[in-house]
Ligand binder design. Structure first.
Ligand SMILES: Cc1cc2nc3c(=O)[nH]c(=O)nc-3n(C[C@H](O)[C@H](O)[C@H](O)COP(=O)(O)OP(=O)(O)OC[C@H]3O[C@@H](n4cnc5c(N)ncnc54)[C@H](O)[C@@H]3O)c2cc1C
Length: 407
């Protein structure tokens, strides 16, 4: 195929597009702002690379919320099982963890990325690092800033796979939002997703409990209810349970200025059981020791009660039992986008056709986290990034094949 395609952004989405396109013989050049590709992908493997999830497809696609319809189309053609099969093709077996999450054996990204880059290299894909995309010239060539100065690149088609706006030091800084806006493409503002929140801790509480985990609590927020754990930080809260609720909490904060989550600090006991145990005579025990001995509330959980329950309520067992089951914690703001695991917002679906080509910029496709969808952690982010990269790659092939027929 006598055509060249530029892939801008060498994360999971861009590399998948490069694989699909190069497999059909088109010339593919990958450009990335960083000195090497896949930096966020590598970071994702730091704490154990959660590639995808093993739950039934119906449940899996529901994780994309109000973007389910669009994302499901991508996933029908590249399912979570296909993703595991693809990784196996690169020599990486995967396994299902106790939570149903799927990880590569060894948990790390680097062996998979190494094998993948080798395959792309063998397919003739050319990599151009430290090339920061800066938009288009009047003749529609792509404008790059490189250590050797500005470069203009012409290609028959391009895939933009520039990521979201979090962890900018890994390359995806969201600077593309302004460039696409200037080109008339509708982009929803990037927002933190799977993010932490600020809480106005008292200095005493912060000094004592910063960095400590809260384990086995149930978090309720509106219709969200889940058991899990999270971490108390200097500024507030973060961690898996908080991330799981974060989209709803964020939207409430944006709409009303704050959001109140509710914690059940003793999910293994009913309120009546707590009441019965707390009503036992305390004798000479301190209240702290009574709480620990009777209902096993101690340490950071006891600290949280002290932080948010009025002093008088500690003298009233009904109110104390109720506070343990329904502790209200006001969250004041989202932590900054840069700290979030992922971004919500991005290129709107109405700007794209079913091949992920920007309707107003023929020949320019988009993929990955830069599109306007979000999902919780659990492997849903990477799965949709890979699958959308594949859709954009196949879209490019159709586009350049049509160009060839037209000639
Ligand atoms: C700490 C952490 C842990 C994570 N763990 C998981 C996990 O276990 N499972 C999971 O599913 N997801 C996880 N994620 C999310 C996942 O890594 C991302 O959703 C995914 O990498 C997005 O892929 P992408 O290809 O769309 O974008 P990215 O991976 O962000 O890649 C975008 C690329 O574009 C380049 N780029 C950006 N702007 C320009 C420009 N102007 N010019 C040229 N190049 C540019 C960047 O340098 C980058 O290489 C995690 C994220 C973080 C931060």
């Amino acid at each position: 195929m006598d055509k060249t395609v530029a892939i801008v952004g060498g994360g999971p989405a861009g590399l998948m597009a490069a694989e699909v396109i190069s497999a059909r013989g088109a010339g593919v050049d990958v450009y990335d702002a960083m000195p090497s590709v896949g930096r966020k992908f590598l970071m994702a493997g730091r704490g154990g690379l959660n590639l995808t999830h093993s739950e039934p497809f119906e449940k899996f696609v529901a994780r994309y919320g109000n973007r389910r319809k669009e994302v499901e189309k991508w996933l029908m053609d590249f399912t979570p099982d296909d993703l595991c099969e693809w990784a196996r093709g690169l020599g990486i077996e995967s396994f299902v963890g106790t939570s149903g999450r799927v990880f590569p054996v060894g948990m790390k990204t680097s062996p998979l990325l190494r094998a993948w880059l080798r395959r792309l290299d063998e397919a003739g894909v050319q990599f151009h690092m430290s090339h920061k995309w800066r938009g288009w010239n009047a003749d529609r060539s792509l404008k790059f800033e490189t250590p050797e100065g500005g470069k203009n690149i012409r290609a028959d088609a391009a895939v933009l796979a520039l990521g979201g706006g979090s962890w900018a030091r890994l390359g995806s800084d969201g600077a593309w939002v302004g460039l696409l806006n200037q080109a008339g493409v509708k982009v929803e503002a990037l927002k933190p997703s799977n993010c932490g929140f600020d809480v106005a801790w008292s200095p005493h509480f912060r000094d004592r409990f910063e960095g400590q985990p809260i384990k086995s609590v149930v978090l309720t927020f509106g219709s969200f209810r889940q058991q899990g754990e999270f971490i108390l930080t200097k500024n507030g809260v973060q961690g898996s349970l908080i991330y799981a609720a974060s989209a709803w909490v964020r939207d409430e904060i944006y709409a009303r200025g704050n959001a109140i989550i509710q914690l059940d600090l003793a999910p293994d006991k009913t309120e009546a059981q707590l009441l019965e145990k707390l009503s036992k005579p305390r004798g000479s025990r301190t209240l702290a020791s009574h709480l620990e001995k009777t209902v096993n509330i101690k340490g950071v959980k006891a600290g949280l009660l002290r932080e948010f329950v009025p002093k008088d309520d500690f003298a009233n067992v009904e109110r104390l039992a109720s506070s343990i089951k329904h502790l209200q914690i006001p969250l004041l703001a989202t932590r900054p986008l840069d700290e979030a695991i992922s971004s919500a917002g991005g290129v709107t679906f109405e700007s794209l056709d079913e091949n992920l080509m920007i309707r107003s910029l023929p020949g320019i496709f988009c993929a990955g986290e830069m599109l306007d969808w979000e999902a919780p952690t659990g492997g849903y982010l990477l799965t949709a990034c890979f699958a959308s990269g594949r859709v954009a790659g196949l879209g490019v092939l159709k586009w350049i094949e049509n160009m060839e027929t037209a000639v």
